[in-house]
Design a protein around this ligand. Structure first.
Ligand code: UDP
Length: 414
């Protein structure tokens, strides 16, 4: 049997302190109509990256609402995850020629078939996240459940060969979900295609309130000088997050702000074999400057520490060149920390109004905006406050639960 992730308990009523009453009432009512529904999310890793982050919060909240929600993780060996990382990259537009080889396709197919046989099938609705498990539905043709494919990446311009390989699997689903309508590939044909943005949990250890002095102490204990300015990027060790662009922007900014420090916080995920090489390359670059620090989940920089960095940093940088959504942006804005981020994928959804002035298309622009914010703390403060309000209104868990339950209701015919 596939592994089911066991999680804590949540309480939707906690959100009444921060969310509009109508939203919470709608969520509660929808859940009441769907009470007892057996729902299962499936993905390829229980930690490291946005989907895992999202489900850790999402599943307990669904359970607290009376939905019988579970989360199953598919298995795969290094070969499978190397291929699926290629598929992930290709959905974001990078070529992945290997998929033309029958042997490579077979690894993906066989692994999905094995996982399909090990899946607990006793659910009314499955939500399959991202390309790794996308073929599961194909290998369970007799399933009476409703199947939803949830794409978390920017699939607006996928590599043609890979897309032609994946598309028939996805077209077997009852519905597909994308973060914005721009991400829906033009030739995808499905009866139901909807958009919903991801969301963060304000009560998780990643996002809960921590007093500033504690954050500063945490960061200080890791070697930072809290009397000097600090900028941080938090992301998987992944080429699309443009870590070298961030380091280059930091170096340019440092010419204007001597003593500036950079934190590069990253995760290794079991489904991402590329992260090791990327981590080594980033560390090699960081070793050239004593004010650049690289930390990861492998050395104990977990949710609380990320929370502390997002609060203690003067600016959070997320210089992505492709980005499905970028939970890290919402996380930083929720903490009222200003963000300079790549003008890519789902990031502009979060950085609207005045915040959009800090969406960047180049290293130079990134450095210029970082310097401006560091030199103008009053502007940073205003942007942080605006950012928190944008997140409060749009990107907290109950809104995502509502969107998901609305979709499920439309599919199960209640
Ligand atoms: N994250 C983390 N530690 C790290 C790097 C990332 O906990 O060292 C978390 C981050 O806080 C966020 C998630 O991983 O919750 C990344 O999600 P995002 O949507 O930004 O990017 P993805 O990894 O899904 O591409």
């Amino acid at each position: 049997m596939l592994h089911k992730v066991s999680l804590g308990i949540a309480d939707i009523n906690k959100y009444r302190m921060i969310e509009a009453r109508e939203l919470i009432d709608e969520v509660v009512n929808l859940a009441e109509e769907l009470k007892g529904l057996r729902l299962c999310h499936i993905n390829s890793t229980p930690f490291g990256g946005g989907v895992a982050e999202l489900l850790v919060c999402h599943i307990p909240l669904l359970c607290s609402l009376g939905i019988k929600a579970d989360w199953q993780i598919i298995r795969g060996d290094r070969r499978f995850f190397t291929i699926t990382k290629g598929l992930h990259n290709a959905l974001q537009g990078a070529p992945f020629e290997e998929i033309k080889k029958e042997s490579i396709r077979r690894v993906y197919q066989t692994s999905n078939l094995t996982n399909a046989r090990e899946l607990d099938p006793n659910y009314d609705v499955f939500i399959v996240n991202d390309p790794q498990p996308a073929a599961l539905r194909h290998y369970l043709p007799d399933s009476q459940a409703k199947w939803i494919w949830r794409c978390h990446v920017d699939s607006s311009q996928p590599d043609g060969t890979v897309w032609n390989f994946l598309r028939p699997y996805i077209e077997e689903y009852d519905a597909a979900v994308f973060t914005t309508k721009e991400f829906i590939p033009k030739d995808l044909h499905l009866a139901k295609m909807v958009t919903m943005a991801p969301a963060i949990c304000p009560f998780s250890s990643k996002n809960m309130f921590i007093k500033r002095y504690v954050c500063r102490e945490l960061v200080e204990n890791l070697g930072f000088d809290t009397n000097r300015l600090l900028i941080t990027q938090v992301s998987r060790f992944d080429r699309w997050k443009d870590p070298f662009g961030t380091i280059a922007a930091y170096k340019l900014a440092k010419e204007k702000i001597p003593g500036l420090q950079l934190g590069m916080i990253g995760t290794f995920a079991p489904d991402d074999p590329e992260s090791w090489d990327m981590h080594a390359a980033i560390s090699a670059e960081a070793n050239k400057d004593p004010d650049i620090f690289v930390f990861s989940n492998l050395t104990g920089v977990g949710n609380m520490e990320v929370n502390a960095f997002q609060r203690a940093s003067d600016v959070i940088v997320q210089k992505s060149i492709r980005e499905g959504f970028g939970l890290v942006v919402a996380e930083a804005l929720w903490k009222e920390t200003p963000v300079v981020a790549g003008n890519a994928g789902g990031i502009p959804l979060q950085m609207t109004g005045e915040l959009s002035n800090y969406l960047v298309d180049s290293v130079e622009e990134c450095a210029e905006k970082i310097v401006y914010l560091l030199e103008n703390p009053a502007v940073s403060k205003r942007l942080g406050e605006e950012g928190r309000e944008i997140v409060r209104r749009n990107f907290l868990s109950p809104r995502l639960i509502r969107d998901e339950l609305r979709l499920i209701k439309s599919l199960v015919g209640k």
